[in-house]
Ligand binder design. Structure first.
Ligand SMILES: [Zn+2]
Length: 122
């Protein structure tokens, strides 16, 4: 299974992941938070292969603001959010699937970067 070579918070909205197989993808932080795999957000279910945005989600200020990325062992990252939520552990397999489903790559990644340059971000 591919592992990330570099994971970087690009700005207030995007996370960039470079994989060891040269693939690069850009994920919205909002997507990552939406699919937070922790027990509180997901219940006790084991993460399946189909990701679905919950019908209802409570919004708390800062919930989409990423404050810290921590490496967990050699298999995952833990994300710390501004609203204090920090129990989500995202393993490589999950990140890869999110990338494949929701990530931008190639032109999409360029667009995201261009949007940054245009000052779209806060
Ligand atoms: Zn969670």
């Amino acid at each position: 299974m591919a592992k990330p070579r570099k994971i970087q918070r690009l700005n207030a909205r995007f996370l960039s992941i470079e994989w060891e197989d040269q693939q690069r993808c850009i994920l919205e932080l909002k997507t990552l938070r939406t699919f937070c795999p922790c027990a509180v957000c997901r219940g006790e279910n084991v993460m399946g292969t189909v990701y679905r945005i919950p019908e209802m989600q409570t919004y708390t200020p800062g919930m989409y603001e990423l404050v810290k990325i921590e490496l967990v062992g050699n298999y995952a990252i833990r994300l710390y959010w501004q609203d204090g939520h920090d129990s989500g552990i995202y393993d490589w397999e999950m990140l890869r699937q999110l990338c494949q489903t929701y990530g931008r790559s190639g032109d999409g990644a360029a667009d995201a970067t261009a949007a940054l340059d245009a000052g779209e971000e806060q």
